[in-house]
Design a protein around this ligand. Structure first.
Ligand SMILES: C[S@@+](CC[C@H](N)C(=O)[O-])C[C@H]1O[C@@H](n2cnc3c(N)ncnc32)[C@H](O)[C@@H]1O
Length: 328
């Protein structure tokens, strides 16, 4: 990928942009990742012309793309007690909490699981992390947790939401060892070719691949394909960390309520526990296996209320003789 193309991609995270050959000529194609962002598609042989055509869609400041429409990342931020949300997000989340107040606790438990899992990986010697569907910054962020163990840890944050990317570039990209990439997990090949990613992640070394609370926005077929691609890509000795909403043991009314809350902005899928377990095929699941996120190596034991809302989490290692270069 040329530097120029990399710069245009970084400037227009709402677009998937690629170069292709058509009838012997090179041309650039930009396609919007969202229904609400226009222009939808631009095709031109000239990169400057592409930039000019996309300029109206540039996201200069973090903020709502469409006022009045809820947004997954901001809704989650509200659930976590953050500050980056607008009325539409709060109204959508409050409607869910009215019937299922435990959802806020599940969101916090998910974030705590993320922190424990990253610490676990760092202590195992993993020094590079790929956080897919990273969400709005929420302290402690992955690089902060990993660096408590290994100050040299490298992290690449990936999301497909311009709101998230703008915040992440401002708050998370604190030095050259933290990258922020605009990408869609449904397109692993494109994502894994991004210069900001290949410049930081050494594919021959173990990596921590984090897919937390994002796969339930994909269909079962998409999630299966996405996890398979990253599992295949990661070097032996790497770890896969997943949390996902499950239909197994979850009140179906909650999945409907979450879908209603997202409106047309996202599709919510409750994956079965068997589907989630299959994402770890070929890897060895660390104890205690695939469990409710709060129950994965908790720092303090809390007896939860019988769950109507379940997020399953697991951490697994790709077999292989390779030992991490960095040792705690
Ligand atoms: C609920 S947040 C989870 C944040 C963080 N992973 C965590 O667990 O704390 C889900 C994030 O996934 C992102 N997301 C959803 N679908 C995505 C996709 N297809 N590709 C990349 N990111 C996606 C959303 O924009 C949002 O920021």
């Amino acid at each position: 990928m040329s530097d120029d193309l990399a710069v245009v991609r970084a400037d227009f995270p709402a677009y998937r942009i690629w170069r292709e050959q058509a009838r012997g000529c090179a041309r650039y194609v930009a396609r919007s990742r969202y229904l609400r962002v226009s222009p939808h598609t631009v095709v031109t042989a000239d990169l400057r012309e592409l930039r000019d055509a996309l300029e109206p869609a540039r996201v200069a400041e973090p903020g709502p793309l469409v006022p009045g429409q809820p947004n997954i990342a901001r809704m989650y931020n509200y659930l976590l007690g953050g500050k980056d949300h607008v009325d539409a997000d709060r109204a959508a989340v409050d409607a869910v909490l009215e019937e299922f107040p435990e959802v806020a606790g599940v969101a916090r438990a998910n974030r705590e699981f993320l922190t424990r899992a990253v610490r676990y990986l760092a202590r195992k010697g993993v020094s590079q992390f790929l956080d897919l569907g990273s969400g709005l910054p929420a302290s402690p962020n992955v690089h902060e947790t990993a660096r408590e163990v290994n100050p040299g840890a490298r992290v690449v944050y990936v999301d497909n939401d311009p709101v998230v990317l703008a915040h992440a570039r401002a708050l998370l990209a604190v030095d050259r060892d933290v990258g922020v990439v605009a990408g869609d997990v449904r397109d692993p090949a494109d994502l894994l070719a991004e210069q900001a990613l290949t410049g930081l992640i050494d594919v021959t070394e173990p990596v921590g691949v984090l897919l937390l609370s994002v796969l339930h926005f994909l269909t079962p077929a998409q999630a299966h394909a996405v996890v398979g691609a990253f599992r295949e890509w990661m070097a032996p000795g790497s770890y896969l960390v997943i949390s996902a909403g499950t239909s197994t043991g979850t009140d179906p009314g909650l999945i409907r309520a979450l879908q209603d809350a997202c409106g047309g902005t996202a599709h919510v899928t409750g994956h079965t526990a068997a589907e989630i377990r299959a994402w770890f095929d070929g890897l060895s699941l660390a104890r205690p296996g695939l469990v409710n996120v709060w129950a994965w190596r908790p720092d303090t034991f809390r007896q939860p209320r019988p769950p109507r809302a379940r997020l399953l989490g697991g951490v697994a290692r790709k077999p292989g003789a390779r030992r991490p270069r960095w040792q705690p």
